[in-house]
Ligand binder design. Structure first.
Ligand SMILES: [Zn+2]
Ligand SMILES: [Zn+2]
Length: 211
């Protein structure tokens, strides 16, 4: 695909020590190269990385897969960076590759690597973190629900209908729902589903009883 090739060419022009090791590996182009970062005490840490860039890159969701080939220290498996770098975070943290390109992707990887290095040195992961994969998505959904006033929390999980437009908003403010939390709640429900949230039949039943 032309878009991916021009992204990779732009990347190689910036990152001179990176190279293509395999051009088409089940549709992905494999690159390898070093990543240098400064630790908490200005000491330099050097990693060797491998990156498989899928054919659909830079489409949304076409995440490159990153593997650490050489690390100056063992990194925690449950952080966002372990033996395999995972940048497939919940929607709020998705990377817009159309905008940032492969160069921007590597910067994100470096941010994770730096945080993981600090975690390995100090025992604490700095900055926002979600666990890997499904567990991380669950954490994200729980945070999303908790970010709403109590009266609205049960509506974040899609499966319950939205409150009626003209009813007072369940948040407790004396405003109609449509003039209060409606847009926010709509966006949250979409994010909830995108983060792997399921519409549960049990909620539909509960709704029927309530109405
Ligand atoms: Zn992860
Ligand atoms: Zn409200």
């Amino acid at each position: 695909m032309g878009r991916r090739k021009s992204e990779i060419d732009a990347f190689l022009a910036t990152e001179e020590r990176w190279r293509v090791v395999q051009d088409d590996r089940g549709g992905a182009t494999r690159l390898e190269g070093p990543a240098r970062l400064l630790g908490p005490t200005e000491k330099e840490y050097l990693f060797d990385l491998r990156m498989d860039v899928p054919a659909a890159f830079p489409a949304r969701g076409a995440d490159p897969e990153v593997v650490i080939l050489k690390s100056p220290m063992p990194l925690a498996e449950d952080a966002h960076v372990g033996a395999n770098v995972c940048v497939q975070m919940p929607p709020a943290h998705e990377i817009d590759y159309e905008r940032v390109g492969l160069v921007g992707f590597l910067q994100q990887v470096l941010i994770h690597l730096r945080r993981s290095t600090i975690q390995a040195l100090t025992g604490e992961y700095p900055g926002p973190a979600y666990a890997h994969g499904e567990a991380g998505k669950k954490e994200f959904r729980e945070e999303l629900v908790a970010s709403f006033p109590v009266g609205l929390q049960r509506f974040v999980q899609p499966g319950l209908g939205m409150p009626p437009d003209n009813q007072w908003c369940p948040c407790g403010a004396e405003r109609r729902f449509r003039d209060c939390h409606k847009p926010e709640l709509k966006a949250a429900r979409a994010a909830y589903i995108e983060a792997g949230g399921r519409v549960r039949a049990v909620n539909r039943e509960r709704l029927k009883k309530k109405t």
